[in-house]
Design a protein around this ligand. Structure first.
Ligand SMILES: [Zn+2]
Length: 59
């Protein structure tokens, strides 16, 4: 079961033209299928933020 990234509500599975979509009835948004690619992208962003937030070593 997929959950909306915005409201964490359950997503409804839609198949349109052989493409799988997830529809959030709460947001009324159709979302692309969540994949490991998105999770990897989010991890990359988090790591980038952590890197940016880390104090710089000077000297
Ligand atoms: Zn939602």
């Amino acid at each position: 079961m997929q959950h909306c990234l915005c409201c964490h509500d359950k997503l409804l599975k839609h198949v349109v033209h052989a493409q799988v979509y997830w529809y959030c009835p709460t947001c009324r948004e159709r979302m692309p299928q969540h994949s490991s690619k998105i999770e990897t992208l989010l991890e990359t962003l988090v790591q980038a933020e952590e890197t940016a937030a880390a104090p710089k070593k000077e000297g």
